[in-house]
Design a binder for this molecule. Sequence first.
Ligand SMILES: Cc1ncc(COP(=O)(O)O)c(C=O)c1O
Ligand SMILES: Nc1c(O)cccc1C(=O)C[C@H](N)C(=O)O
Length: 414
Amino acid sequence: MITRTDAEQLDQRDPLANYRQQFALPEQTIYLDGNSLGALPKRVKQRVSETVNQQWGNDLIGSWNTHQWVNLPQIVGEKIAPVIGAAKKQVICCDSISVNLFKLLSVAIQLNGSERRPYILSSHDNFPTDLYIAQGLQQQIGSTTCRFKDVAEEQLYDAINDEVAVVMVTEVNFRSGKRLDIKALTEKAHQHGALIIVDLAHSAGVMPIELDTWNVDFAVGCTYKYLNAGPGAPAFIYVNKRWHNKAQQPIAGWFGHKSPFDFDPTYAPDSGIKQYLAGTPAIISMAAVDSALDLFADLDLQHVRTKSIQLTTLFHQLIEQHELTEQLTLLSPTDASQRGSQLSYQHPQAYGLCQALIKRGVIADFRAPSYIRFGFAPLYNRHTDVYDAVNTLCEVLDNGEHLAIEWQTRQSVT
Ligand SMILES: Cc1ncc(COP(=O)(O)O)c(C=O)c1O
Ligand SMILES: Nc1c(O)cccc1C(=O)C[C@H](N)C(=O)O
């Protein structure tokens, strides 16, 4: 029988316990939605205020040079690189995942697509934007050299064959939390002459990632989940150095030009990762990413992964202890090593359950048609949060509070 004292003891022994005080978290809230929007680091508040008030307000346009605004995408990229296992000069911070995927898929098809090898292969429960971008590109290029095919996630590995130009996968599934073996998928892709693009949205910052060691070709990821850089903060893009200068990305904007401030009418791409920039960087958000990443400077991602596994394991053990497994069907893998930092359960009134929990200060989210997701952010979630959240969940179910909440047809984020 697990007690609250057990959870308190785990918190006392937690090597990451001090990180929580670096976040501005609301009192009386248990935030289990850091897999959608990470919490606000206190240092980011200060940095954004300084960027707006001193830099923009006082130093105005000179800040492009004096405060390094013009180089922030590269500076931030170099801070992201160690978090995803990349050597220098292969990562840059810009745009959204959707836009960055468009650039990478186009490049991968230029490099490897042909009539004999036309396929972009993905799984049909990949995050929808990834699928939409591939479908959009197929429309753009035409199906002779670019066709999109999606298969069930379990069939992805076996579906890689000599007709595949590029495999596009997300390391951790947004709905189920299932984690794919990127090393094995990369090996299989390369055996068949295919390239691989990996979406790290649900893994960057919450587990060790070894892009260079795994020999991955390209990757994208966001900074607003486990990297805590704020809503709509710019994403990142990784291009393995063997692919630099081999193809031109399609959004040939001036920031990707080799010397943008020459204002030359003819596009000449930068030879390195900077080519993947398009237009003017969103400096206020980019400053937030830069500052948020300082939390990762001395962090051992293996410690983060260990705590993440402890948190998800504890949550599910408590669900079992309260005999809730009949009502809440676990969609995530039962083996913690096979999942990311979230647990998803199917429940017939998942929407009502989620809203009833939010009313009580436990923030989870709902994903259609019938899933409730709990995300665990090891830098600020405690074992006692997990204990208290499961207790609240029991109370909600016992009182039938979830049954009183009407299904909302409007678009709801949580
Ligand atoms: C796996 C995955 N890819 C992409 C996105 C969205 O990408 P963006 O809105 O940055 O284009 C999300 C979530 O928003 C996601 O979970
Ligand atoms: N990116 C988001 C947004 O702009 C608004 C609301 C939610 C999101 C998300 O991140 C959703 C998330 N990728 C998910 O896994 O569902």
